[in-house]
Design a protein around this ligand. Structure first.
Ligand code: C5P
Length: 235
């Protein structure tokens, strides 16, 4: 199966986001709204994306006590987004409580339940972080697999991780456990500040479900063409 492209709307205002969505047209269905854009213009951007019939990944990476994360995700249901995430490092109780309350609320009210996804280890962190935090894992891959296992056991639908970790996550936790992978660069694109990049074709071959692509599409002279080229690379 070909992964879905999620375009990261990393902007500080709704107008910049609108411009990309309009120019990408029907070449892109999924968009990621992260901290910067949500803080700047959250309500407006969500309304705009819903009007355009786009799917929304609300990337606010919640991490707090179980009650606070549960309430934040419950409150986010008013936006009817399609995917919401939280940090797996918030622990099993935080994840489990949130999943249980969301399931209960959505079952009772018929409000659509978003996919609930856990952030494992940010790609900006590596073995030096594991050492300084005295986490006791030899490699970041071991830690990511551990966090993904906790996410699955807590009832989350999948995790954000690098594409390189997808095969190990899928074989350990099952092929229906979703992986969402940033750090994607088409063969011809600049890597920008990403360190461990994977091409769309490799991400597909590694079995990932969603690829998150920002600048290769949002900074392209023709975002629609850039998105279509990524689709073709994955054929
Ligand atoms: O422009 P680029 O394709 O590098 O954007 C990638 C997007 O994915 C950004 O929104 C970035 O914050 C996000 N991301 C990431 N690495 C992670 C988690 C999220 O690059 N581990």
């Amino acid at each position: 199966m070909k992964p879905e492209i999620i375009v990261a709307l990393d902007f500080d205002n709704v107008d910049a986001a609108k411009k990309i969505v309009k120019s990408a047209g029907d070449a892109v269905t999924w968009y990621k709204v992260g901290l910067e854009l949500f803080v700047a213009d959250g309500q407006k951007v969500i309304e705009f994306l819903k009007n355009e019939n786009k799917k929304i990944f609300l990337d606010l990476k919640f991490h707090d006590i179980p009650n606070t994360v549960t309430k934040a995700v419950l409150t986010s249901l008013k936006y009817e987004t399609d995917m919401v995430n939280m940090h797996t490092q918030g622990g099993p109780e935080m994840m489990k409580t949130t999943v249980e309350k969301i399931d209960e609320y959505c079952d009772k009210t018929g409000v659509p339940r978003p996919l609930l996804i856990g952030v494992t280890l940010l790609t900006s962190l590596d073995e030096a972080y594991l050492n300084i935090m005295k986490l006791g894992f030899a490699t970041s891959r071991d830690y990511v697999l551990h966090l993904a296992g906790l996410a699955k056991a807590s009832g989350l639908d999948g995790v954000v991780s690098s594409a390189q970790e997808t095969p190990a996550i899928k074989s350990a936790l099952g092929y229906d456990f979703i992986t969402v992978t940033p750090g994607i660069r088409p063969a011809s694109a600049s890597v920008d500040d990403q360190k461990r990049v994977v091409t769309p074709k490799d991400a597909k071959d590694m079995g990932t479900d969603f690829i998150v692509v920002g600048r290769p599409i949002t900074k392209a002279p023709d975002p629609k063409k850039a998105a279509m080229e990524i689709q073709e690379e994955m054929c």
